[in-house]
Design a protein around this ligand. Structure first.
Ligand SMILES: Nc1ncnc2c1ncn2[C@@H]1O[C@H](COP(=O)(O)OP(=O)(O)O)[C@@H](O)[C@H]1O
Ligand SMILES: [Mg+2]
Length: 269
């Protein structure tokens, strides 16, 4: 049975698109046919992070409007098998996503894919509501700071009340907490919330903790999802999150500040 997973947050700039790209790629690497859908109409970031911006011809809104079919709009990843991107439109108005239109496209995607990852825009308006409406699972992406946690809490309320599953009295959306841009040094200094603080406030199961990392910036600049950088801390943390998403229980890494060795202390690390 195909699963629709929304990557959501409320707040912007927390790492939803980075995480959608990494998680979609990670699931495809595990052999699951996966499509990542960009719901951020107008901004269209996912294709940049995935490095396929020059290959966009038709987009999500074209498919909804019947101006193109899915085969014409889906972009096949050149690095990973079984991985596709459905890009967002750059110019059109945000009302282009209708509930019926989105529902039809997702139904058609469900026939062809194991996982449909919905990269949500920021906020709690139409675009974000549309991205989460049909979800079976939600990856609530949160930074370890009060404003982000507060917005994630509001999104949890919306998942409980305004989703298709909630409206139809079906089993609730399965929720996962993904803590991103985690900075152990700043947590130790009391400048940021700790993993335990965030877990306690949001009270949903922890899927992963992604460290703040230069490797994420390098990856997005080169249009290559960070999970493909197997040597990087963030790449490894996303791989761990994929294992957990697929039901494995594994230890968390990168939660504490790295103790600087004598060389790093003298020469800088
Ligand atoms: N773990 C991380 N370490 C460092 N920078 C990150 C990390 N995750 C995201 N970023 C950066 O934060 C910015 C916002 O990320 P993005 O994924 O676009 O967020 P959103 O989709 O939630 O708006 C981008 O510049 C991205 O490269
Ligand atoms: Mg985004």
């Amino acid at each position: 049975m195909a699963k629709i997973i929304v990557v959501t947050s409320g707040k912007g700039g927390v790492g939803k698109t980075t995480s959608s790209a990494a998680i979609g790629t990670g699931l495809a690497l595990k052999g699951h046919s996966t499509v990542i859908v960009d719901f951020d109409i107008g901004l269209r970031n996912l294709d940049l992070v995935m490095g396929c911006e020059r290959r966009v011809v038709y987009d999500f809104v074209n498919v909804i409007n019947g101006e193109a079919n899915l085969n014409q709009a889906l972009i096949k990843d050149k690095r990973v098998n079984n991985l596709y991107i459905l890009p967002a439109s750059q110019t059109r108005d945000k009302d282009a996503l209708t509930r019926d239109g989105v529902g039809k496209v997702l139904e058609e995607l469900k026939e062809n894919f194991d996982y449909i990852i919905c990269d949500s825009p920021a906020g709690i308006e139409t675009g974000a509501l549309m991205a989460l409406y049909y979800a079976d699972e939600a990856i609530v992406t949160t930074n370890p700071e009060v404003s982000s946690v507060r917005d994630s809490d509001r999104i949890l309320g919306i998942l409980h009340s305004k989703s298709n599953r909630a409206e139809r009295n079906m089993d609730p959306i399965k929720e996962h907490l993904l803590l991103t841009r985690y900075h152990p040094e700043r947590v130790a200094k009391g400048e940021m919330l700790s993993v335990d603080d965030v877990k306690e406030i949001l009270a949903i199961p922890l899927l992963g903790v992604i460290p703040e990392s230069q490797s994420v910036l390098n990856a997005s600049n080169s249009g290559c999802p960070v999970i493909l950088d197997e040597e990087s801390d963030a790449g490894m943390a996303y791989s761990d999150a994929i294992e957990r998403l697929l039901g494995e229980t594994i230890d968390f890494r990168f939660l504490t500040a790295e103790k600087k060795g004598i060389f790093k202390r003298i020469f800088g690390g």
